[in-house]
Structure formats: structure tokens, C-alpha cells
Design a binder for this molecule. Sequence first.
Ligand code: MIC
Ligand code: SF4
Length: 643
Amino acid sequence: MGKTIAQKIIAAHLVSGDMTPGSEVALRIDQTLTQDATGTMAYLEFETMGIPQVKTELSVAYVDHNTLQCGFENADDHRYLQTVAAKHGVRFSRPGNGICHQIHLERFGKPGKTLIGSDSHTPTGGGLGMLAFGAGGMDVAVAMGGGAYYITMPKFFKVNLTGKLNPYVTAKDVSLEILRILSVKGGVGAIIEWGGPGVATLSVPERATITNMGAELGATTSIFPSDEVTRKFLAAQGREQDYTPLSSDEDAEYDRIIDIDLSALKPMIACPHSPDNVVRVDSLKDTKVDQVCIGSCTNSSLLDLLKVAAILKGKTIAPGVSLSISPGSRQVLTMLANCGALADILASGARLLECACGPCIGMGFSPNSQGVSLRTFNRNFLGRSGTKDGQVYLVSPETAAASALSGYITDPTTLNPIGEIKLPESFLIDDSSVLMPLPPEEAVNAQVLRGPNIKEFPQSKPFTDTLTAKLVLKVEDNITTDHIMPAGAKILPYRSNIPYLSKFCFEVCDPTFPERAKAAGDGIIVGGSNYGQGSSREHAALVPMYLGIRCVIAKSFARIHVANLINAGILPLTFADVADYDALQQDHDLTITDIRAGIAQGSLTVVNNKTGKAFTALCNLTQRQQDILMAGGLLNYTKEGGQ
Ligand code: MIC
Ligand code: SF4
């Protein structure tokens, strides 16, 4: 039987395991990336491993999330990241150089290589034919130390693209269309391969927009073939030598095939508060807009911003609209400036923000009360913008620009044509903002600078055989990591300070949670389906662990979050019968017995001490995961000599 693209890369990187769906495989990781909001924790974890130099082919530490410096916290963290990277063989991308995924695509990604990153949008690299996964910081630390990355062998979906996008219909609309079809749970347990004759019509940045938003489908990752378009992109970035062709075999088999005719697509929009709440843009055409934000790792490439500039050129944005532009990288910003497109954008009345995540993670530019904000980003979860009652919609750069001009949600296909905008034959190359690490002989004596914001790593407890704990919180379906551990300008600077962060845990759902969890001693959370979707932040597991949470029982979990729970030593269980969810209430006391034997068999009995009733909870864990849990988390397990 022929192989899919991902199966070929997995086979070439297989350390152990067998490639049948559902079984665990260990993969050799060629490249890693971290960003600052998850990176501080990842390097603190790496340091505990006592390995002098990273063992990957390439590791890069980016600073792109915490770039507002309203006090010493972020600046101290940047200094820590710069010095720890220099000491251990990691390249350091300075603040202002751009968003990790955009720069990695431009300067470092290589077809056929494996990449893990402590950020859920690491699959952006799939646009170049990389097998790229979002992971928790601890998994990235282990990979930097030369350890394998473990995934459950997924299913394989293929999206077969035919036709060609019409003017003003974009890769973002393809992403929104697939979210409409599959929902935020539809990709769980699957790698999505994009293929078919339509692929050749999409540039690498467009492909990267699509693989980036595969994260919102819950997919393990997404990948495109590496072809002539890939070769040309790499050549234009001055690195044709990094090109390798890659495609699936003719007779490769897929668990599901979805057809999308690019020619038939219309501009799409995701409505508040979920990326799969998708309708056609023209169906919302009279909605007044307060704010428009163009940028983020989904849509801040040169191609995106050249199109925006062409739409805005010679025009002025509506008086009621505030428009921000955050270019994805210094390369994008400099090239926009050099060709005059930046002047067209600014002359329209736009505000230029730093090359960073910015408003996407609530780092400034929050909308006004009940404000309608159109964003070219990938997530519109409740409260993420920093304004709890903000109404955030996700759109393409073209829809964003058209709406900024009219002041209302506007279908860009109603505008006059701007003509075809192509990528340049060569990009401007200047890697001076990526600092090289110290040579190993100098690194030995180099000092790592730590500020007072960096607090000790919380200790998790190993399991005994019985757990009695209070059901401290019961939540609904699709709880995101933004609910569990919010981000934003006020909280994000404390990502290396778990005690401080813990005050905000579940703030959007129930601000009394932290106090109640602490008072309970040992606690349990009950969740609906797709619990923990969204970000890769391990803080969404470490902070509940710090507050005493020992177990989460949910209808189902998101992939990265369940791995983070195990790494933090929190027992993840699913309901054998989802009807048992209904019978549980906050404040019930639950007892789980025979934990070691139960997790080995994959099924445990949970007794509700309030009602006296028992129910079955399941956990499908590999031997390694069971050992990690019993040890009280990955760090304890690694210290005890586990691999
Ligand atoms: C996000 O988009 O939610 C983030 C912020 O980039 C996160 C990482 C984080 O929480 O630091 C992600 O996607 O993993
Ligand atoms: Fe940054 Fe937003 Fe991308 Fe996350 S989704 S990496 S916050 S730009």
C-alpha cells in the first residue's frame, strides 16, 4: 500500500512504535521552536535536565508574544531567554523581528523535516511540507535534549482541491470553509493532507495560512506537498538547497476525503466566539464595524499585506473604524516599506503595530465595550481580545481591508479589481536579528540571567492507589485553554510565575475557582467534549496542578492539552457513558480506587460519595504515560531515569 506524505516523514523519523492507527510512535525531532510566553518554562525545564548543548539540527527561541514592557517582567524574561539560548546552542530571534511561525517559514523550515514548537500554530510549517506539531513546553525541552516526541498514530484525511480561487477569495476563506465543514473537533486524531490539482495554484504563504488554521480543527497537524511552488519560494528566500520534493503515493489510502472546489468558494467569516461559527461574508453585510486588525501568524505575510495595501491605496478608512496592521516579520515590514506599500497603508489612516502577535493574544488593541472587531487572526474565543463583551469575527485580509474602508462588514468581491499580486522573485534577506549561540567552549562559563519574575517550578505529587477529591468545577463542551488560563497584557508577563498566574485560572468561567480549589486540597474538574482546545500552553495544566487539581474527567480532550495534563501529573479520564456527566454536580466528593491497576486496564471506578453511585471512567494510556502519571509528571519521571 502506498504512503501519505506524513506517513513517509514519520517512517523516516521513527524511533520506536508501530505505525498502526491508535498506537503510540516515538519520532526523532529535527527542529524545535519556542516563543517567549511558553519558552521561559520550556528552558527552565530544559535546564533541569543538565544537558549542555541542544541535540537537534536547529532550535530557535523567538520573542513575539510578550513584547509590551510595562514593567520589568517581560524585559527580564527576554534577557533570560537570550542568555539561556546563547548558552545551550539555541538561536535567538530578537523582539521586533516578528512572529515565530512567519519567520520560521521564511528562514528555517525545510520540507521533509520534523519540527515541534511550544505553540499550537507550529503546523504552519506544513505549508512547506514539514511535519510540524504544536506541543507542551516540556515535550519541547525533551526534544531539545535529544529525546523523542511521542504521538498517537493518527488517521489520515485528504482535502482534494480543484479549481482556482477567484479574485478576492483567499486561503483564509479555504480555512474557514474547512472549519465550517469539520468544526473545531473535526480534525481531532487526524493529520490533514492538502492535495489535488488546486494545490499548484496556491503559494507557500497561502498554504501556510491553511496549515496554521488546521490547529483550530483540532488536527494533529496539516501538511502540503513540496513541489515546484515550494522550490521557488525557498529559492526566493535564498535557500534553494533546502528544497526536497515530497508527495503522497498514487495509491495512498485515507480515512476520509473531502472535496473543495476553490472556484466555487465565496469570502467567509467566523462569528463570535468560535472559529467554526462560519457563514458567508455577504450574509452580514449591514453589520457596523468598530475595529479591524490585520496581522497574526495566519495572515501577516508580504503577499497578504501587499493585497491590503492595494485595496487601501488612495482611500481613507471609515471614521468609526480603528485599523491596525502588524506585519509578520521584519522582512515583511522592510519590503513593504521599500516598495511604497507601507505608505499606502499608513495614508489610509491605519495604525502600525510592532511585528509581533499583538492584539491576537490581547497584547494591546482590545476593542471598545461590545465593539465589533474584524480580525485576520485564527481564534475568537470569548475574552481573548481583552474585552470580555467584544464581538470578534475572523476574516481574510481582503475582507478586513474592504470593511475598514466602508465601516461595515463588506464582501471584498464587490470592490474594483486590484489585479494579480505575486510574490517577489527574491526576498530581502537580513538575518541579523537572529543571534547565533555561543561556541560550546565559551558557553560553559556563560551566565544565564534570571529576573525576580522567574519563580520556582511547581512540584506535582505522585499518585497513591486511592484518590478522594472534591469536584471543584464543572464546565461545558469546547472549553479552551483561554478559559482555563487566560492570556492578555495583564497576565501574560507572569508565565514564569505560576503562583501569581493561579489567581486568574478559569477567571472567565468562575472567578471563585482558584480560592475554592485551594481550599479543597485535592480537586477534580469535570468537562464536556474537546476539553482544552486551542493553545499549547502547559500553564493550563501546571496552574490547575498547583491549585491541587489531580484529575480531569471529560467527555473528550484536545490532543496537546491531554499530553500537558499527563506531563503535569494530572489524571485525564473520559466518561464511559456520557450520561454520567449529567449526574455530577459541583462540590460532590468523588473517590477513585485502584488507580494503578485501573490505568493499566484502561478503566477506573469513580464513586460519587454524595449519591453513593459509581460510574466507569476510561483512560487509554501507553505504559510510558502510565509511568509518567504514577511518578507525578514528566519532570519527576525524567529525574527518575525514565526515557
Ligand atoms: C495562542 O495563540 O493561543 C498562543 C498564545 O500562541 C498559544 C501559546 C501560549 O499560550 O503561549 C498557542 O497557540 O499555543
Ligand atoms: Fe501569536 Fe496569535 Fe499566532 Fe498565537 S495565534 S502565535 S498569539 S499570532
